[in-house]
Design a binder for this molecule. Structure first.
Ligand SMILES: Nc1ccn([C@@H]2O[C@H](COP(=O)(O)OP(=O)(O)OP(=O)(O)O)[C@@H](O)[C@H]2O)c(=O)n1
Ligand SMILES: [Mg+2]
Length: 431
């Protein structure tokens, strides 16, 4: 039986014979502005065309056989799919009760329990079997809990855990990797990403989708680490978003994968009397690359994350000039690397203070922008030093750029003087 949940307007155009359904209606009731809209329609093509006549935009027949049409208009995606069976039957096929909603004639309708779930802000499947109708749904559940700030009651957790075990035993049932990637991205982009990752682990989905990260669970570290490697990872994600709420997806992925190499590099060092993880940044960068490529993240994202992981253990020098050189060499990784390094320290014990010292030093060092190019061109350098084209010219340009970064050289004249000195003596007190 459909239940009337509320009388209210739907704030977007709705053609005749089409009913806004799912997440958009849910967002409306939760006081969020929906980005994308889904409509179930008696005749989806007709509804999509009529909407296009009214609003403009581009129409894409996604799957005309099955009646799937998409209209992209004003930065929004409107999807039209056929209503199969009655409205109630449609809702009964959906994933979670608070997603099984639709708007019709000035009112919102839902299934039994939806109203309570919305009020309590909890996620409960329409039926446990529905998780098995589309195997992405357990992962979606965790992602929705993180993005919408929903609780997962015992019953839901148990159902998700059972589904995770099913997936572990039936890897052939795993959803397409692109869909997994989209869920991970949405989860990480939420301010509650660390909470979502913890849930993933708790219900057993971490091991299903990210076996390389699951190896960190309970991996004791010692030293400055009061937390096992996975708990430390969660703390780093948490602190990254605390320091820098607008962090890029790459920075968030790097925080997630930064210590993934630790499971394979853990050795007890008798002299030091503790575990060490020599080479974990390099090993971790390779694991992160393989994992992200598997999930079909774009090449640029993968390379950036791998580099961030590889460089996260670099020790920034304290002295200002040296720090400017250090930053110049890692310019492409800024500011992500700075925040990752700071969050890494906030996730350990006894070195938290370093995070703030680092951020202050970075801020001070970057107050003056880093140079983007040498003050002299290759031709000018060749003429000045009497050099033929070749690697020497590149070295000279690089030395010049470093000198600019240090603030030793600010004008073309100083650049020429610097290069003449450099030819005779090498870079002044460079390491
Ligand atoms: N695997 C899925 C995906 C979607 N849906 C249904 O389709 C609606 C729209 O799906 P989608 O836009 O993918 O997700 P949303 O729940 O709207 O989440 P988001 O806020 O990320 O759009 C959902 O609310 C849900 O009713 C479902 O039952 N099972
Ligand atoms: Mg949606």
């Amino acid at each position: 039986m459909l239940r009337l949940l509320a009388h209210r307007d739907f704030p977007f155009y709705t053609p005749k014979g089409a009913f806004p359904a799912g997440g958009a209606v849910r967002d409306l009731l939760l006081g969020r502005r929906p980005a994308d809209l889904d409509y179930v329609a008696l005749d989806p093509e007709k509804a999509a065309r009529e909407t296009q006549r009214r609003l403009g935009g581009s129409l894409f027949p996604l799957d005309p056989e099955r009646g799937h049409y998409r209209l992209v208009v004003g930065g929004r995606t409107l999807d039209f799919t056929p209503l199969e069976g009655s409205l109630e039957e449609d809702l009964l096929k959906r994933d979670f009760r608070l997603n099984a909603l639709l708007w019709k004639g000035g009112a919102v309708f839902g299934l039994k329990g939806a109203e309570e779930d919305l009020r309590r802000r909890v996620l409960i499947p329409v039926r446990e079997e529905n998780l098995y109708e589309d195997h992405l749904r357990s992962l979606r559940g965790v992602r929705l809990a993180a993005t919408l700030g929903l609780g997962l009651p015992q019953g839901t957790r148990k159902a998700l855990s059972r589904h995770a075990r099913f997936l572990r035993d039936h890897p052939e049932a795993l959803p397409a990797r692109e869909r997994v990637r989209e869920e991970l991205s949405k989860l990480l982009l939420s301010p509650r990403a660390a909470f979502g990752l913890r849930l993933l682990e708790r219900v057993g989905l971490l091991g299903v989708y990210w076996p390389e990260l699951a190896l960190l669970v309970g991996l004791e570290q010692g030293g400055v680490h009061h937390l096992p490697a996975w708990e430390h990872t969660l703390s780093v994600v948490f602190h990254l978003l605390w320091l820098w709420p607008e962090a890029s997806l790459e920075a968030r992925l790097a925080a997630l994968y930064h210590d993934v190499g630790k499971a394979l590099t853990r050795r007890f060092d008798l002299e030091a009397g503790r575990y060490r993880f020599l080479g974990h940044a390099e090993v971790g960068a390779e694991i992160a690359r393989a994992s992200l490529l598997w999930l079909r993240f774009p090449k640029e994202t993968v390379e950036k994350v791998a580099l961030l992981v590889r460089r996260h253990m670099d020790r920034p020098p304290e002295e200002r000039k040296a720090l400017r050189r250090f930053l110049l060499k890692r310019q492409d990784l800024l500011p992500d690397l700075l925040y990752l390094m700071s969050a890494d320290r906030l996730g350990a014990k006894g070195v938290e203070g370093e995070a703030h010292t680092l951020l202050e030093a970075f801020q001070e060092a970057l107050a003056e922008p880093l140079p983007q190019r040498p003050l002299l061109s290759g031709e000018e350098v060749m003429a000045l030093l009497g050099l033929p084209p070749g690697p020497e010219v590149g070295k000279a340009l690089k030395a010049l750029l470093l000198a600019q970064a240090e603030g030793r050289v600010r004008t073309e004249e100083e650049a020429r003087a610097f290069l003449l000195y450099w030819r005779e003596h090498g870079a002044p007190n460079a390491p």
